[in-house]
Write a protein that binds this ligand. Structure first.
Ligand code: T1G
Length: 646
């Protein structure tokens, strides 16, 4: 039964059971409406508790229904029926009450939550605004400004914050259901949220100030601007008018390009590990070794520590080891200060350091994050081959080197895998799982499970130069250089990319990351004969004069007091290279930039797909959105190209 009714004394327990997350599907909505009628008509029922089976309260409307015609009963009508009930309804919240789930809970008359529960209205992340009263009821329970921030930001709040803010009436101390029943018994009459006044309505100036600030952060995602408008109506208009306007806004956005793109990415991110090998029994992982305490190594150590693993950091000497350990502790301290690490001492207790590789003799997994050089990595793997137990998995964090060649140094190459983390590794959700030809099937399963254990999105990749993301990025960076030869300026390319939705452009990104890294890679590929004709030397010439980017005060731009300024030096080098390549260098129309950049991106992506490096077009979109700043509301390069009929 999707919705069942039991009783405890004179309290009816209405339970939703719709795995995996109790999404408010049509069956759930119909069952709830029926439950309202039954409990209203039952003379032996004085009050109702609304609870959910499984791991969470209703986590939202069923996103799978969004591309289907609307089906009655509609959620706003179900919520209105609950709110109008003559008997008090208490929502018993555990897990995540999100979107329509929180709207359902706010239509109830009282709310109690498990201490670890989270509540929020994340609709903007799907290109929507709340569509079942969230923008009208939330500011009648919590300060209007908090409601605005929650809805426009799309981030959930914890139970203790919700209690303080007035969103819930209590936090359960032992048994959520029993305490919800007690709360229901305690209240004879319903308390209807819509009858509340808006909380903090008097402080219109503060509200407008927050709204203005939030609008500035909207880079192109229309749902955020729509959410700000909707909460403004919820705060200022009579409730019924605001509800009607909210529903209209929701329905208009539901079929928008951005909402379709965001739904595409939502489901694509959850389908990346469909490979049968990912479902096999994984090897147990608890003791982790990380070789190298640089930026990547520190991020990787922190990522594992924050998810409950024991980690040993290895460095080549005491000074480097202490520096790396200090950076790990600084990272953990910073996360603890942001409330992300409830028990910092317990986390730190699982951290160890050593110089001698023998400390890794009982490690289940060792990840090398040493200098991006094939010989160095081969030496590290050869040493690990000697000291680690035979079933320990050995991973390289290389971002583009040949993982087959690294694996080949092992006596048993089947235990090697690529785990390409993105910096900062304890923050970025993407993990490219690079599979060498000899990889054991249960190593694939272990890496897949590990990505979930780390709270990351694991995407399987074959072995090629740059795997999925870096290979596509190299392609569109080369196209950007060609745009310079054809007459564009770095600033023109970057501003076109920002206008499309990237946070920064391709040249600004290089100044941030450092031009020297890519220079080393180009020199390697030139030496390996991997770069074909038409090679453009602009970036090399910048490096040859020490313009490595922000860290040297100059790169593609001159960096003056933190501001990136177009550089005459760069423009003269571009002009010289245009002549060398006998290019016309005519004035370049800004509107022609993005078609060239996106064209290069999708051509390389199609090649990555055709070669079997990526499993699907969806996986490529997931990589580019989560690792390379492709605007999420465009759905990724493949979705964007195919939607445009490309
Ligand atoms: N609808 C349908 N399926 C959903 C779903 C949803 N809302 N949420 C999750 N799933 C599926 C997901 O596809 C996966 O399926 C499985 O559940 C586990 O998800 C009217 C209009 C709840 C925090 O945006 O944030 O309500 O792959 O892998 O990491 O105003 O899922 O197993 O087949 O993510 O533990 C608003 C979206 C909707 C919440 C759990 N709600 N979901 O995370 O598991 S719009 C949301 C999440 C709305 C109203 C509006 C997360 C989670 P499968 P998972 P998880």
């Amino acid at each position: 039964m999707t919705v069942s009714i039991d009783t405890q004394g004179r309290v009816a327990i209405v339970t939703i059971d719709n795995p995996p997350v109790n999404a408010s599907s049509q069956a759930v909505r119909a069952g709830l409406l029926e439950a309202v009628t039954k409990t209203e008509d039952d003379p032996d029922v004085d009050a109702v508790v609304l609870a959910c089976a499984g791991r969470t309260f209703v986590a939202g409307a069923d996103v799978r229904e969004f591309d289907l015609p609307l089906m009655e009963p509609h959620l706003p009508d179900v919520i209105a029926a609950i709110e109008a009930a003559s008997k008090p309804w208490v929502a018993a919240i555990h897990g995540t009450a999100l979107g329509g789930g929180l709207e359902l809970a706010m239509g109830c008359h009282f709310r109690i939550a498990d201490p670890m529960a989270r509540m929020g209205l994340p609709e903007v992340n799907l290109g929507l605004v709340p569509g079942a009263g969230g923008t009208v009821r939330l500011p009648r329970l919590v300060e209007a400004e908090l409601a605005l921030t929650m809805i426009a930001g799309g981030k959930p709040i914890l139970a203790n914050v919700a209690l303080t803010a007035g969103l819930i009436d209590a936090i359960a101390t032992s048994d959520l259901l029993d305490e919800a029943v007690a709360l229901a018994v305690e209240h004879a009459a319903p308390r209807r949220t819509l009858e509340n006044a808006v909380v903090g309505a008097s402080d219109a100036e503060a509200f407008d100030k927050t709204a203005t600030g939030l609008r500035r952060k909207v880079r192109g995602q229309e749902s955020i601007a729509a959410a700000i408008d909707a909460v403004g109506r919820g705060v200022r208009l009579p409730a019924d008018e605001a509800l009607a306007a909210e529903r209209a806004a929701f329905l208009a956005l539901k079929s928008s390009d951005q909402a379709r793109a965001l739904r595409h990415i939502f489901f694509a991110e959850r389908a990346t590990l469909a490979d049968p090998r990912a479902k096999l029994t994984p090897r147990p992982l608890q003791r982790i070794g990380v070789i190298g305490g640089g930026t990547m190594g520190v991020g990787i150590v922190s990522a594992f520590l924050m998810r409950g693993f024991e980690v040993t950091l290895i460095e080549r000497d005491e000074a480097s080891l202490h520096a790396g350990a200090d950076r790990v502790h600084a990272t953990l301290d910073s996360s603890a200060k942001r409330g992300l690490l409830p028990d910092l001492d317990a986390v730190s207790a699982r951290f160890d350091t050593a110089i001698d590789y023998a400390a890794l003799s009982d490690a289940d997994l060792v990840i090398e994050a040493v200098f991006e050089d094939m010989e160095v990595k081969k030496q590290v793997f050869a040493r690990l081959d000697q000291v680690t137990k035979p079933d320990a998995i050995l991973a390289t964090n290389t971002s583009y080197l040949d993982v087959n060649a690294i694996a080949a140094v092992l006596s048993d190459p089947s235990r090697a895998v690529g785990l390409h983390f993105f910096s900062p590794a304890h923050v970025m959700k993407l993990l490219e799982i690079v599979l060498p030809g000899a990889v054991a099937e249960d190593v694939v399963a272990t890496a897949a499970k590990l990505s979930k254990s780390l709270g990351k999105i694991g995407v399987l990749s074959g072995v090629c130069d740059g795997f999925i993301g870096n290979r596509i990025m190299s392609a569109y960076r080369a196209e950007a250089d060609r745009l310079l030869i054809d007459g564009a300026s770095p600033d023109q390319v970057d501003s076109a990319m920002r206008a499309y939705g990237f946070p920064i452009g391709v040249f600004e990104m290089q100044d941030l990351a450092g031009l020297d890294i890519a220079w080393a890679m180009r020199k390697r590929r030139l030496a390996e004969g991997k770069i074909s004709g038409g090679y453009i030397r602009i970036a090399d010439r910048l490096c040859e004069i020490g313009r490595f980017g922000r860290k040297t005060g100059a790169g593609w731009y001159d960096h003056v007091d933190g501001t990136a300024l177009p550089s005459e030096v760069v423009m003269s080098i571009i002009a010289e290279e245009r002549q060398t390549m006998e290019a016309v260098g005519k004035a370049f129309a800004t509107e022609d930039v993005m078609p060239r950049i996106l064209g290069a991106m999708t051509r390389e992506a199609e090649a990555v797909l055709a070669e079997g490096i990526a499993r699907s077009a969806e996986d490529i979109d997931v990589v580019m959105v989560n690792g390379y700043s492709f605007p999420r509301w465009k759905g990724g390069p493949m979705f964007a190209a195919r939607s445009a009929g490309g």
